[in-house]
Design a protein around this ligand. Structure first.
Ligand code: MG
Ligand code: ZN
Length: 218
């Protein structure tokens, strides 16, 4: 029974996600959905990415958070429109929450909409939001076992950002096995090794992202 209920929720979500997708298409928006654990560095990656892209792409951000607007306030300082969604306890964003936030963003004047999901490696990936691509952020301090333990996120993501590379000497991480596990799950995935704190590696990621935006909008 429980499985049927969950499938019903997911089907309903898919319908709203398709409406979101149509709206994104009509307005020429490229949309990414960023996922990862709490503390993986999603917001810091996003802040640094905005600083790189802000002069070449028109950006907007939707911040998903259970209760606070701490991340949205950080993003605001970078001069881009940001809309907060508080899920009020739910551990993921769904398509309806995003749909509700879209009314408050002037979509016609945005090329790239970045959605930061609630920090969680498990269920956000099960809820499509209508995005073009999903992005996983994994910090290397979380350990090299995460891709095999949470394969769905890594299978569904177009790129994996391996963050906190500046801390590598303080970990026992096996980067070869981490990379090969990710590629085993998703052979076509792009992997970026970055330090959001120092900025190292983010140019390459930003170039890849800008190419994706241009591919959609010509
Ligand atoms: Mg965050
Ligand atoms: Zn959830």
């Amino acid at each position: 029974m429980e499985i049927q209920v969950n499938e019903g929720i997911l089907n309903l979500n898919e319908r709203v996600a398709l409406e979101n997708k149509r709206l994104f298409g009509e307005n020429g928006l490229f949309v990414i959905n960023i996922m990862g654990s709490p503390g993986a560095g999603k917001t810091t990656v996003l802040e640094k990415t905005i600083d790189i892209l802000v002069n070449s792409v028109r950006l907007a951000v939707i911040e998903g958070d259970i209760y606070t607007s701490k991340d949205a306030r950080r993003i605001e300082k970078h001069g881009v429109p940001v809309k907060q969604i508080n899920t009020g306890g739910a551990c993921h964003l769904d398509a309806k929450m995003v749909s509700g936030a879209l009314g408050e963003i002037d979509l016609r004047h945005v090329d790239l909409l970045i959605i930061e999901n609630v920090g969680n490696l498990v269920c956000p990936v099960e809820f499509n939001l209508g995005e073009d691509i999903k992005i996983a952020v994994l910090s290397i301090t979380e350990g090299d076992d995460k891709p095999l333990k949470y394969p769905l996120l890594f299978r569904e993501s177009a790129a994996v950002i391996l963050n906190k590379m500046d801390l590598i000497d303080f970990t026992d991480i096996d980067m070869d096995s981490l990379r090969s596990d990710i590629k085993k799950i998703n052979p076509g995935v792009e992997i970026f090794e970055v330090s959001a704190r120092t900025g190292k590696g983010l140019d390459e990621w930003a170039r890849w992202l800008i190419k994706k935006v241009r591919e959609k909008n010509g």
